[in-house]
Ligand binder design. Structure first.
Ligand code: THG
Length: 367
């Protein structure tokens, strides 16, 4: 394929030189930044992730910092999830919604102080929503993108590797909690979180110049742990039911359709509260589901594939798909219309290589 030009708009990261040296074979663009998509063998990378430990350049998970006396109020206005009981250094997976209840993003929010939050955003310009809302509400806050470049450390050996670089304290960090730890005398936020179901950490590096030293320290410390460069793995995330904003859901979907109704708290007042209350009362008309696809390997899902009934009716769409060696079948994530979302429902999916049998299942596949 033709090359793609990197510039100020399509940003490289503090780790890009190392990612290149590690042999990255494809990138995607996420929050106007490079995100490695694979290193040449997604199936082998999936197997390695489940057994060892990988270092991921997820700098594209950009932070929207909200700081000031009205910070907690502003963040709460963006999400139906109740954040009033949030503790400092706690992380929360939160839907961001507009006034119709439509999903604008599905970030991880971190409460750094009573008056300071990071919203670790998926691929949409959520900072503009935050700024607009702050202006409209007259909120006393500053909203900006700080210089933070997350390095993910994912896989079953992540605790061992992180303990060698950041100290034994990492082992005590609970899921979706964080701590301020030191690397070469510099304090940074480290959380037990990440876009895989294999366990691990995210290091919120706050100094670009420390990017390569941090990367190198992890690889030097992890040689005997079989540490490798990796990235969010398509197969593993489908198996684990981790959603991709922009692919599996967009602003046209509400949190209930996305299976995120558990993060819609009745008491929490946000921009979408009235619309979400109505949706909760009526019930969603479609639902995110797992889909098993028969017939072996599938091509990449570049645009949604229609799901149809045996008599040709529209039943939904598949939005992410891959062959899973662990399940020995192609698996997918899709939005299935109400009449067909019952697990076990048999449908057909229109792939670019022709129709294939599809069976509706619950997510995650690896429950
Ligand atoms: N880490 C950080 N920022 C991110 C992501 C991340 N921003 C973009 C993107 N990923 C946001 N999307 C998700 C999706 C799922 C999860 C996190 C971010 C996730 N879900 C867990 C699960 O589904 O099992 C836990 C959810 C919960 O119970 O709270 O971790 O990965 N920093």
């Amino acid at each position: 394929m033709t090359d793609i030009a990197i510039s100020r708009r399509l940003r490289a990261t503090p780790y890009t030189a190392r990612v290149e040296a590690a042999g990255v074979k494809a990138y995607t663009v996420y929050n106007h930044m490079l995100l490695p998509a694979h290193f040449g063998d997604v199936e082998a990378e999936c197997a390695h992730l489940k057994e060892h430990v990988q270092v991921w350049d997820v700098s594209c998970e950009r932070q929207v910092e909200v700081v000031g006396p009205d910070a907690a109020r502003l963040v709460q206005m963006m999400t139906p999830r109740d954040l009033t009981k949030a503790k400092i250094d706690q992380c929360f997976y939160i839907p961001l919604v507009d006034e119709t209840g439509g999903m604008l993003n599905d970030p991880v929010a971190i409460k750094l102080a009573d008056d300071r939050f990071w919203i670790s955003v998926a691929d949409s310009d959520a900072i503009l929503f935050a700024k607009g809302l702050a202006l409209g509400l007259g909120a006393d806050v500053q909203v900006f993108e700080p210089e933070v470049d997350i390095l993910g450390v994912q896989g079953p050996k992540a605790d061992d590797l992180m303990a060698r670089v950041f100290g034994e304290e990492v082992r005590a960090i609970r899921f979706f909690r964080g701590a301020r730890l030191s690397f070469e005398g510099r304090r940074m936020f480290v959380a037990r979180s990440g876009y895989s179901k294999q366990g691990g950490f995210e290091i919120y590096l706050n100094d670009r110049a420390s990017g390569e030293p941090l990367w190198d320290a992890l690889f030097a410390a992890g040689e005997d742990l079989n540490v490798r460069a990796g990235c969010p793995n398509l197969i593993e995330r489908i198996e684990g039911g981790l959603l991709s904003y922009g692919n599996d859901m967009t602003h046209e979907n509400n949190p209930y359709e996305c299976g995120l109704g558990k993060f819609c708290d009745e008491g929490a007042e946000c921009i979408g509260s009235a619309a979400l209350a109505q949706i909760a009362q009526d019930g969603p008309s479609r639902l995110i589901r797992g889909i098993r696809i028969g017939g072996g390997k599938v091509p990449p899902c570049r645009e949604p594939w229609r799901l149809t009934t045996s008599d040709g009716q529209f039943a939904g769409k598949v939005t992410s798909a891959a062959f899973s060696p662990a399940f020995d079948t192609a698996i997918a994530i899709g939005m299935v219309e109400r009449d067909w979302w019952e697990p076990g429902t048999e449908l057909s999916v229109e792939t670019p290589e022709g129709p294939r049998p599809a069976t509706v299942t619950t997510l995650p596949f690896n429950a």
